[in-house]
Design a protein around this ligand. Structure first.
Ligand code: UP5
Ligand code: MG
Length: 211
């Protein structure tokens, strides 16, 4: 029989050696990915890594050699090369000091290049628990982002960029969602419900996967 101290040590060591558990969070531009992640962080304290936020932070760094490239992709709603995004995600995971090992990766992977890069560089380092997918019509997404555009300061919250972002979502990101659907990993939510109702449905899935 192990003493309390030994059991505590074993538990701590298992947390340190376990692979990080990851949930991908996908959906159209303005589907509510960031909003639901914020609610999960507030209640459960898990780590929220928004690929878009990390790219915007990198773009804003003085002297960043990727700043212009990132801005051009964001404005045009196209996808930044995966080497850049994956290295930002990897670094952010390594820099987060957590005991629970649970990570929400928001807005990634969004095309075949992302999927290939993730599979090559990251997939073996983590335990992918599933994909939270928020289904919201283009009309509702556009309305939300244009509303947010009044105060967000985001260079892609305008009608022209939104049309391009939606095009990329349908053509490039939906095949990735379908790929994970075939693996039985996707949990789909009606993202047009109220934020509270969406979160409630998400919590049921978190319980199901043992989060
Ligand atoms: N809102 C949210 N939920 C609501 C609800 N249930 N009911 C009513 N309103 C709701 O929400 C958007 C707005 O809707 C907010 O005003 C919110 O209050 C309201 P938010 O939670 O921000 O939605 P989200 O899905 O996070 O929208 P976001 O605009 O962030 O989605 P995108 O996927 O377009 O943006 P992201 O930041 O992920 O990417 C931006 C760009 O970065 C991409 O287009 C691409 O160019 C680049 N990128 C890459 O190249 N690679 C990556 O891996 C990631 C990004
Ligand atoms: Mg977001």
């Amino acid at each position: 029989m192990l003493s309390w101290a030994s059991r505590t040590l074993v538990a701590a060591m298992s947390t340190m050696t376990r692979k990080p558990e990851v949930l991908f969070v996908l959906g159209g531009p303005g589907a509510g990915k960031g909003t639901v992640c914020g609610k999960i962080v507030k209640k459960y304290g898990y780590v929220h890594l928004s690929a878009g936020d990390l790219l915007r932070e990198e773009r804003a760094k003085p002297g960043s050699k990727f700043g212009e490239l990132i801005e051009s992709h964001i404005r045009n709603g196209t996808i930044v090369p995966v080497k850049i995004t994956c290295s930002l995600l990897d670094r952010a995971m390594q820099n987060s000091e957590v005991s629970h090992n649970k990570y929400l990766i928001d807005g990634f992977p969004r095309n075949q290049d992302n999927l290939k890069g993730w599979t090559q560089d990251m997939a073996e380092k983590v335990d992918l628990k599933g994909v939270l997918f928020f289904d919201v019509s283009e009309e509702v997404c556009t309305k939300r982002c244009l509303g947010r555009g009044a105060t967000s300061g985001r260079s892609d919250d305008n009608l022209e960029s939104l049309k391009k972002r939606h095009h990329t979502y349908i053509n490039d990101t939906m095949p990735i969602v379908d790929h994970y659907k075939k693996l039985g990993l996707v949990y789909t939510f009606n993202g047009e419900k109220s934020p509270g109702a969406v979160f409630k449905a998400v919590e049921q899935v978190l319980t199901k996967i043992g989060w």
